[in-house]
Design a protein around this ligand. Structure first.
Ligand SMILES: Cc1ncc(C[n+]2csc(CCOP(=O)(O)OP(=O)(O)O)c2C)c(N)n1
Ligand SMILES: [Mg+2]
Length: 938
């Protein structure tokens, strides 16, 4: 006997076929209890039992269609018993259970027998849906059995039942939905699927023609480029053209569902086609980009290749409604764009005041099959889909499943049968659609769209197709996939197959298609002619580097004492009728003392007052990261919890009426997707201060791709400016090689053309001012901040509250105490300053100035020169850092210092090392003392 997780016994019947106890009348009390449990929570019992009960309930409402109904039963057990014993329904109950098993197998596994591969090379078999498996035979085919179908109980000959199951579950759409845990969702899908939504061709004639027109546009566009621009890469869509009618249907369906904006991401395959035939980018413009002399129409920035560029448009549907479509630019790195698009979509939802239902903005992601299976960021992005701070109301995922990734076959690219298996972790259906059946694909899309709007969940259409050419058009696919490509060679284009279908049913005439082809080809020819004219007119010139000289202009960020106090009091007020943890009470009271000037302001209070003052002044703030609400170091406490009820209170949203919103989220344990999401969010909601926090700075390298491919270069590649802030805890504390280094050097190495700002502020006031500057200044540049760990509670790392009330962020901090006669100038950045200052004090050194470079890039060379220049008697010039020589800021600063001062600087710091730090605390201390000594003695 097998015991189901839900506690339902599966007992083999006489013929060895399992049936649930729910279907047996012997255990009445247990059945009644199970029934009551199902009534309370349908998801709490196993699927078969749930469908039995739902069938039972419906059965009470209406009789089976072709047989006399059993008398109404007083109780569940009684009902089953009377139906079985009285034989009111004329079915063979032994055989009925086998038919039930067959129906259930079709629902679970029918997709494996579906005809989803246009090339028909996919060989699969599903024994569970054969008559032999359930011990039925030819002789039973004419016998009638009960079946719950499309929400109704009915009697039907087995032959018809099988035909219905075959058409519904094994046609050109294979549907996976029985993995969905939520019964209501499964039921919703089952009813619609079984109503024949994907089986019947219900498209009106005009729509059929529209589908054909889109197929032809897609195909002719590719063929045209193929012959006109021989050898040029375009990553042809041929073989997968059905994606165009699917996308068109998405746009067409938007008005009906109240969607105003689509935010879209896709890779290389078919991108030009989508730009032209869905987003309405001018053919002329596209052909221009194919021209040999093409240079982008901008004076600044490096630009990017044509199949990575983004595009925004507003398209008009056939009904005359307008729908906005924004296609995000992306790097070559496959699937990276997924979280960025999700972040952008969420920002759009905020812009359109759609933050509750999230039905006005629709994210659409188009994937390749190999990438979807292989790239981990896909799973990370899917995991964001239902989380409070990251959900976007469901994404429509379309997979151009050409059954190959460059030269890699699915068997080498995924351990699972489908490239979509990762999606099963969500309560989302997966539709595997044969791309050669565009009508089924469009019908599937309609259902998928409804599903998204109904349940705010992701949905996946895995469109099986093929790739007519090699990976790109110059590539020979027969080297590695000879059999597949001989099948492709013999395979007619989708438009031919579909056209044949339409002609057969009298929906279109060959003349209509011929006329369409001629007109469209003429349109392409005209566009080429125009583009040639434009091509000649462009004179290429060496581009100017991007520059933003005003980035070093002073920007006042002080907050007057009175206002600062009001904000400080508001964020430290104990909420009424709320039981606070005693340590949090103390935390709030200590913070209040800082606001009142009784004690100096610490780091987290500096941050709190920056956030509070921005919110008070109308600038919204979003902070996301692992454990960011409390703070990894228990320093932030931006959400308070009632000790008895765990009710939550957000002090930052209780400053004053009409203030801006503070959105703070604990992120899932991902860096790559979460940083991508926050970056995308910031792009489309630039007036918000958006901060992403790494738990420790080194973990940001899990999101390195987002940094290298987007954050540091999206402005020069795509003209996309961002003002995202990265908070990266950094500093050597003898805690070992991990958790020590945020890899400051990596950010500095990426600095050029005023692309980003990199700072390592040393005081709470400095942090306060740079955060406010980032929130308020119109200049939009990413800000990379090294933030403290141990210094969070170090009394040396504090600021008088007065330093927050006036002034601004100072890129270079002068030495407040050194005499102008100092003989030695030590430059440093960030945390090591405190060790240097302490050493100088304890050793009573009075001839050394310590100058802090708070912002490393853009380096304020003028200010630095002036501050250092004040020490006219200085003879020794040192750069000191606690990071190893090949890390930290040294390799970045050294040539710049030489340029500014016309002299070499001495280096005081750890030797170059392969690992970021020693594993021994004792050795760390020794090294730290040594490098501080060097700074004063070299
Ligand atoms: C992260 C990453 N790794 C490798 C590549 C190189 N590459 C470009 S396309 C491609 C194959 C992609 O296959 P698939 O996702 O199935 O898309 P298709 O080209 O078949 O449409 C590969 C490996 C890349 N662009 N990005
Ligand atoms: Mg592929």
């Amino acid at each position: 006997m097998t015991v189901m997780p839900s506690g339902v016994n599966l007992t083999p019947d006489n013929n060895g076929v399992s049936r649930t106890d729910a279907a047996s009348a012997e255990n009445g009390p247990q059945l009644e209890a199970l029934y009551a449990q199902w009534k309370r929570d349908p998801a709490s019992v196993d699927p078969q039992t749930a469908s039995f009960f739902s069938g039972f309930e419906l059965g009470c409402q209406q009789p089976p269609k072709r047989s006399a109904a059993p008398a109404a039963a007083p109780s569940l057990a009684g009902k089953v018993s009377s139906a079985v014993s009285a034989g009111a329904v004329s079915v063979d109950h032994g055989h009925q259970s086998r038919v039930d098993a067959l129906v259930s197998a079709y629902r679970r596994l029918g997709h494996q027998a579906a005809k989803i591969d246009p090339l028909n090379l996919l060989k699969r078999s599903v024994p569970e849906i054969t008559l032999e498996y359930v011990k039925l035979g030819e002789k039973d085919l004419n016998q009638e059995f009960e079946i719950w179908w499309a929400g109704e109980q009915t009697l039907m000959p087995l032959r018809e039942i099988i035909q219905l199951l075959q058409e519904t579950y094994c046609g050109t759409v294979g549907i996976e939905y029985m993995h969905i845990e939520n019964y209501a969702i499964r039921r919703w899908l089952r009813d619609r699927i079984e109503q024949g939504r994907l089986r019947k061709d219900t498209l009106p004639n005009a729509e059929k023609k529209r589908v054909l027109a889109h197929l032809l546009e897609g195909e002719l566009f590719e063929k045209f480029i193929h012959t006109r621009y021989v050898g040029q890469k375009r990553f042809s869509l041929e073989g997968g053209e059905t994606i165009i009618p699917i996308l068109d249907k998405i746009v067409e369906e938007c008005p009906r569902h109240g969607v105003e904006q689509i935010v879209m991401g896709m890779a290389h395959r078919g991108r030009l086609n989508v730009l032209a035939n869905i987003l309405g980018k001018d053919y002329e413009f596209i052909f221009n980009e194919f021209g040999e002399n093409y240079v982008p129409n901008s004076e600044q920035g490096d630009g990017d290749v044509k199949y990575h560029m983004g595009f925004d448009s507003i398209v008009t549907t056939s009904g005359g409604s307008k729908v906005g479509i924004s296609l995000a630019p992306n790097p070559s790195h496959l699937e990276t764009v997924c979280p960025v698009v999700e972040g952008k979509a969420r920002a759009w939802q905020r812009r359109l005041n759609d933050t509750k239902e999230r039905r006005k903005v629709l994210p659409v992601l188009i994937h390749g099959d190999a990438s979807f299976a292989g790239q981990g960021v896909v799973a990370e992005t899917l995991n964001l889909s239902q989380l409070e701070g990251y959900k976007t109301g469901g994404t429509i995922h379309l997979i151009i499943n050409n059954q190959i990734g460059f030269t890699t076959s699915p068997g080498d690219g995924a351990s699972s049968q489908y490239c979509t298996s990762v999606v099963k972790m969500l309560g989302s259906p997966i539709f595997h659609v044969n791309g050669d059946d565009p009508v089924a694909a469009v019908a599937t899309l309609q259902l998928a769209f409804e599903f998204r709007q109904q349940f705010q969940r992701d949905v996946v259409i895995d469109m099986y197709c093929y790739r007519r050419h090699g990976h790109n058009e110059g590539d020979e696919p027969r080297f590695t996939q000879p059999l597949m490509y001989s099948a492709i060679e013999d395979h007619p284009p989708i438009s031919d197959i579909y056209f044949g279908h339409l002609v057969k049913f009298g929906d279109i005439t060959p003349d209509e298609v011929r006329a369409f082809r001629t007109t469209f080809e003429q349109k392409l020819n005209d566009a080429v002619q125009k583009s040639k004219v434009a091509d000649k007119a462009i004179v290429p010139s060496i581009r100017k580097p991007l520059a933003c000289p005003e980035i070093l202009d002073p920007f006042e960020t002080g907050v007057p004492e009175k206002k600062l106090k009001e904000i400080g009091y508001a964020i430290t007020k104990e909420p009424a009728n709320f039981e606070l943890n005693s340590k949090i009470k103390r935390f709030l009271s200590q913070r209040r003392d800082m606001v009142e000037g009784k004690t100096p302001v610490d780091w987290s209070t500096g941050e709190a007052l920056a956030f509070g003052s921005l919110l008070e002044g109308g600038c919204p703030v979003r902070l996301s990261g692992q454990d960011s609400r409390r703070g990894t170091f228990s320093q932030r406490h931006s959400v308070l919890y009632d000790a008895k009820t765990r009710e939550r209170y957000k002090p930052f949203n209780n400053i004053k009426e009409g203030q801006a919103t503070f959105c703070v989220y604990n992120s899932p344990l991902s860096e790559y997707a979460v940083l991508g999401f926050d970056y995308g969010y910031n792009l489309d909601f630039p007036d918000m201060l958006v901060l992403w926090e790494a738990q420790f700075g080194d973990f940001a390298n899990g999101a390195q791709l987002m940094i290298d491919q987007y954050i540091v270069c999206s402005e020069t590649k795509w003209g996309e400016t961002s003002s995202i802030v990265l908070l990266l805890p950094h500093g050597m504390h003898g805690q070992g090689p991990e958790h020590s280094s945020a890899r400051l050097e990596r950010y500095l190495q990426a600095c050029a053309e005023d692309n980003i700002q990199v700072a390592f502020p040393s005081t709470p006031a400095s942090y306060f001012h740079i955060l406010r500057r980032q929130g308020l200044r119109k200049i939009k540049k990413p800000l990379i901040l090294m933030t403290p760990k141990g210094l969070l509670r170090d009394p040396r790392c504090t600021s008088p509250v007065a330093e927050l009330e006036t002034g601004r962020f100072e890129e270079i901090l002068p030495d407040p105490s050194a005499p102008k006669t100092a003989k030695r100038v030590v430059l440093c950045t960030g945390k090591v300053y405190f060790d240097l200052a302490e050493h100088r004090k304890t050793q009573k050194i009075d001839d050394t100035a310590i100058i802090r470079v708070e912002q490393l890039y853009p380096l304020h060379e003028k200010k630095l020169a002036a501050i250092v220049g004040a020490y006219a008697k200085a003879e020794k010039f040192v750069w000191c850092q606690e990071e190893s020589q090949n890390m930290g800021a040294w390799t970045f600063m050294e040539p710049r210092l030489r340029k500014v001062f016309g002299r070499d600087f001495l280096y005081a710091g750890r030797d170059a090392s392969a690992s970021t730090a020693t594993g021994s605390h004792a050795i760390h201390d020794l090294e730290q003392r040594e490098l501080v000594n060097q700074a004063f003695s070299l």
